[in-house]
Design a binder for this molecule. Structure first.
Ligand code: FES
Length: 193
């Protein structure tokens, strides 16, 4: 299986597709993602020392998993699932934000999914979804909040890594998880705890 053009376009649009061979490792966490079925480098909007800029980032694909139906999602009502396996730190959520988001699928590009474990020290973000801010947090341990419209970038608090985003594909009414953008907390590889 190779990373589908559709998947990368879902993240950033056709103009931003980059070849895998031009791998640019942002940091050790993104490097560790290379164990997936396939990887690709995409351009993602992130905060840098020069402000908000598009930077290269690595995404990895894993086994495709059916996680729900588009028609059953209600705005601002997250549903829980596990990905890429059922092991530790695989707790994740999918939500229809009602607002277009990076990596969003569906006619409004507003359906996104994220891992629930805070990238700082593993705090649980379950039940912290904030509809007004389209964010997860604040983390109960050190108060980090993550922006779900911008690939899980941290808004405030102690974390300095974005929340891992579960990459989604839509086929008819079925929503599939197909990969991860970011390394899950507590894992040296998204498939190994
Ligand atoms: S563990 Fe979440 S902010 Fe520290």
């Amino acid at each position: 299986m190779t990373t589908s053009k559709g998947l990368i376009e879902a993240i950033n649009g056709p103009a931003d597709i980059r070849k895998t061979s031009k791998k640019c490792v942002v940091n050790r966490r993104t490097f560790l993602l290379t164990s997936g079925i396939a990887t690709a480098t995409v351009m993602v909007a992130m905060h840098t020392s020069e402000g908000l800029a598009k930077v290269p980032a690595l995404v990895a694909t894993y086994e495709r998993k059916l996680i729900g139906k588009l028609s059953e999602l209600k705005v601002d009502e997250p549903l829980d699932f596990n990905y890429p396996d059922e092991g530790a730190y695989s707790d994740s959520m999918i939500v229809k934000l009602g607002k277009q988001a990076g990596g969003g699928i569906g006619p409004d590009k507003d359906v996104v999914a994220f891992n629930y474990i805070c990238t700082h020290q593993g705090g649980p973000l379950h039940g912290t979804y904030k509809p007004n801010d389209k964010a997860l947090g604040p983390c109960p341990l050190h108060l980090t909040t993550f922006d779900l419209t911008r690939h899980g970038m941290f808004i405030s608090g102690q974390a300095y890594q974005s929340l891992p985003q579960v990459l989604l594909e839509l086929e008819g009414d079925n929503i599939y998880a197909v990969g991860m953008f970011g390394l899950i907390y507590g894992r040296y590889d998204n498939l190994k705890g």
